[in-house]
Ligand binder design. Structure first.
Ligand code: GLU
Length: 300
């Protein structure tokens, strides 16, 4: 594929300000796109209004700009794309791949406790929902699908969807569309060629490729980046009280992010201005050096 056809994206959920872990993902996807002379798009994944923090989308976009992470084209908001997701569900319905499911999270937990299997849907409603139950989610059948893909950092990954995931939810009982569906439709509509994101989403990639295959959509290349953890080994997130990154002095956290991504940063870059930093970083980016260990510790 010629480099000019590279199109990457950063897809934050507006559940709070950017922290160092999200900065690392933004930096990795941005540098990979720019070093391929590609485009870098931003998509705000506001699929779940109850979890959205008011003002957070604007705050994330301003923070990206203060770090010199300028995107191409208009921002896409998932909250405005319900028609596209509904259309995809319709298409899957016509392929006889969907069924209503009345299992609540609690029903499934009870099942898991009884059997010690992980979070694999046991297929309870596959042949019909129990009488008298009405609030339903919609699941997609995975049949005996097994998915293979080559992650640019981790190599060949194989996932047996039936054994490892089971039929999965595409629309929740409250009507909200699932991330797995929305991300596939948006990546395809935005003609994304390269998905560069955190390794916490590696376990979702098989489901996404399965949906691409049944919907006849192209599969982008994938590169999963290490997850930043704090001193206690917890993933940086709102739940673990990760501090917001401070845009007042952007170069030091950018350098820290690059070092977590295995890049060699010469000491003179520490004195660079933001623009010089990016000019250097785009030419110096070496994805082959990204650690494939899963976690990297936050460096202060
Ligand atoms: N919205 C997701 C997140 O913030 C990222 C989704 C993706 O990159 O596919 O974790």
């Amino acid at each position: 594929m010629p480099d000019t056809l590279y199109r990457g994206r950063f897809a934050p959920s507006p559940n709070g300000p950017l922290h160092f872990g999200s900065l690392l993902t933004a930096v990795g996807s941005y540098l990979d796109a720019r070093s391929h002379q590609g485009e870098w798009l931003v998509r705000i994944e506001n699929l779940d209004p109850p979890r959205e923090v008011p003002g957070s989308s604007q705050d994330i976009l301003q923070t990206l700009e203060s770090f010199g992470l300028y995107w191409d084209g208009p921002i896409v908001y998932q909250g405005q794309r319900h028609d596209a997701y509904a259309e995809a569900l319709d298409q899957l319905g016509k392929l006889q791949l969907l069924y209503p499911c009345a299992c609540s999270r609690r029903d499934l937990q009870a099942h898991v406790l009884g059997t010690t299997i992980g979070r694999i849907y046991p297929g309870t409603c596959r042949a019909g929902i129990p009488k008298g139950r009405s609030r339903c989610s919609t699941r997609v059948r995975v049949g005996n699908a097994s998915v293979q893909f080559v992650d640019r950092s981790l190599g060949l990954i194989e996932e047996d969807l039936a054994a490892e995931v089971g039929d999965f939810v595409l629309q929740r009982a409250d009507g909200l569309f699932a991330y797995q569906l929305a991300v596939v439709i948006d990546d395809a509509d935005q003609k994304i060629t390269d998905v560069v994101r955190g390794m916490d989403l590696l376990a979702s990639t098989g489901r996404q490729i399965y949906l691409q295959q049944v919907l006849n959509l192209p599969t982008p290349r994938y590169l999963h980046l290490p997850i930043v953890v704090n001193q206690a080994g917890e993933k940086l997130s709102k739940q673990t009280h990760a501090p917001a990154i401070d845009p007042a002095d952007p170069v030091p956290p950018l350098i820290a992010a690059l070092r977590c991504l295995g890049q060699t940063v010469p000491h003179e870059v520490e004195n660079a201005r933001l623009r010089e930093f990016w000019e250097w970083a785009v030419t110096a980016w070496k994805p082959a050096q990204i650690p494939c260990t899963g976690d990297v510790m936050v460096q202060n």
